[in-house]
Design a protein around this ligand. Structure first.
Ligand SMILES: Cc1cc2nc3c(=O)[nH]c(=O)nc-3n(C[C@H](O)[C@H](O)[C@H](O)COP(=O)(O)OP(=O)(O)OC[C@H]3O[C@@H](n4cnc5c(N)ncnc54)[C@H](O)[C@@H]3O)c2cc1C
Length: 466
């Protein structure tokens, strides 16, 4: 048959672009990347304006993922990227109306006066607690294992990552590695200590320390631009090409789009969970849920001139109990040089999330006014901003809530049953850029080897940074 591609990839966000990048390395392997939008990069959206560079999507990724480091080295982007080391750039949590500095290592966190000695004893009670059965929410699980006092800090972590609600996110979805430690060792603390000891002897001699937040002088767009740069626009990528349906006929994958139909031996869905579910509905057994919850946020980029100053560090996050307008803010001009004109600072406030979708409906003027009022209560920002821009991303953050583990299991079974089908992307196995790159590497390796992807995660314990 003519015009059959070895692999068709749907979605040219970071996941699809990374799969394409790796497939190019397989001699003679033909692929076609189909993207509904005019631009590639998906959720990645840098906004340069008036000497400022703001981000409507991801702000960066930590340099502690081997696959991401490999991708940077292969693309030559390791020579261009800018890094803000966590060891140097402190972070804050807003508590009782003030910014509290959060140490970044577990021992320093335990030593810090963030919670009372009695509350620390309650945290240690984890050592005697049995694994919590069922599919608890993050808040139920934290309350049971460590007590109430840690909740605001955990809230800040999941606000900063999922823009989520810890009364709804499930621990098996967002921290499968930690949940496995709990099930294997009874106590999370004991299990983590054992893992650290084992890793310590394995990593003897290796450089230790905190990772660094990584981006590019022109913003995260540079990553998508570089990954797209060498793609042949006739043979390897079609933009403005929305996929309407997929099916399997005579052992080949058929992909229907308004620009025509395409045939492939393998099919990679590199899409956020809900977009993938929409295309998968007609294949095999129906999924346990037809869509999952999502959270949207808006970024309010604010520039301030003379008289304004930022404390050192990355920025801050706010737990819900503080009842503030912003979820937090990034001190962007602190993190990455060149994000604001000389003599000015750039802050990026985040608003909305799972708990406050109503704020996404506010007009730009109100969002700017309320964000500035909120930030001025915490930071030294006299006067009005000299620059302001509201960035409203199209992308939403998938929320791993009740039923998500069963949905993931359904996906894994489907990939085992349907030869040549690979499902990766935003929300399936994590939500961060590093998760996307890691999974895209695994998928492309399975394609290279002609194997199905089991989708089974190694349930590694991901380190938490504020
Ligand atoms: C506001 C925001 C802030 C974030 N901040 C961070 C951060 O600071 N650090 C971090 O690590 N991660 C962050 N993330 C997460 C990160 O952006 C994602 O992990 C990553 O971009 C997801 O990439 P993806 O390719 O899987 O999905 P996407 O980027 O969503 O790409 C999917 C692509 O598929 C296309 N598509 C969808 N349906 C179809 C169809 N039917 N046919 C053809 N094409 C289709 C879409 O147009 C899109 O281009 C953030 C996400 C958001 C939304």
């Amino acid at each position: 048959m003519k015009n059959i591609k070895d692999t068709i990839i749907i979605g040219a966000g970071l996941s699809g672009l990374t799969v394409a990048w790796k497939l190019r390395q397989i001699p003679g392997h033909s692929f076609l990347l189909l993207e509904q939008s005019e631009k590639t990069g998906g959720a990645i959206w840098s906004h340069p304006e008036n000497g400022y560079v703001a981000e409507g999507g991801p702000h960066g990724f930590l340099d502690n993922c081997p696959e991401s480091r490999t991708l940077l080295a292969e693309t030559g982007l390791d020579q261009e990227c800018v890094k803000a080391p966590l060891a140097k750039f402190v972070r804050y949590v807003c508590m009782n109306g003030n910014l509290k500095l959060i140490p970044q290592t577990p021992t320093k966190i335990l030593a810090a006066p963030l919670i009372s000695p009695l509350q620390k004893l309650r945290v240690a009670a984890d050592l005697w607690k049995k694994p919590l059965p069922g599919e608890p929410t993050v808040s139920e699980w934290v309350r049971y294992r460590f007590g109430q006092a840690l909740l605001p800090y955990v809230d800040a972590v999941f606000t900063g990552t999922y823009a989520g609600d810890l009364e709804r996110l499930v621990i098996d979805g967002v921290m499968p590695g930690v949940r496995q430690v709990e099930k294997e060792h009874g106590s999370v603390i004991r299990g983590l200590l054992k893992k650290m000891k084992a890793a310590g002897s394995k990593n003897k001699g290796k450089k230790k320390g905190l990772p660094a937040m990584t981006s590019f002088p022109q913003g995260m767009n540079r990553l998508a631009e570089r990954l797209s740069q060498d793609l042949d626009t006739e043979k390897e990528i079609l933009t403005a090409c929305s996929v309407n349906a997929v099916s399997r006929e005579n052992g080949y994958w058929q992909v229907e789009t308004a620009q025509g139909n395409f045939t492939g031996r393998n099919l990679v869905l590199a899409l956020p969970v809900n977009q993938a579910l929409a295309l998968l509905a007609s294949l095999g057994d129906p999924p346990p849920q037809s869509k999952i919850a999502e959270a949207r946020i808006v970024t309010i980029a604010l520039g301030f001139g003379e008289g304004a100053s930022l404390p050192p560090g990355f920025g801050y996050l706010t737990p819900e109990q503080e009842q503030r307008f912003c979820l937090g803010a990034l001190f962007s001009s602190n993190m990455f040089p060149g994000r604001s004109p000389e003599g000015h600072i750039l802050l990026e406030a985040l608003v909305g999330g799972r708990r406050h979708p109503e704020r996404l409906e506010l007009d730009d003027e109100t969002l700017i006014r309320e964000s500035v009022r909120d930030l001025q209560g915490l930071l030294n920002l006299p006067g009005e901003p000299t620059y302001s821009r509201v960035l409203r991303p199209q992308s939403s953050i998938p929320q791993l809530e009740a039923g998500y583990p069963a949905l993931l299991q359904w996906r894994n079974t489907l990939m085992q049953k349907e030869k040549g089908l690979y499902i990766t992307g935003f929300g399936w196995e994590g939500i961060g850029l590093n998760d996307m790159i890691k999974t895209a590497f695994r998928v492309s390796e399975a394609i290279r080897e002609g194997e199905q992807d089991s989708g089974e995660q190694d349930a590694a314990v991901k380190k938490v940074y504020f």
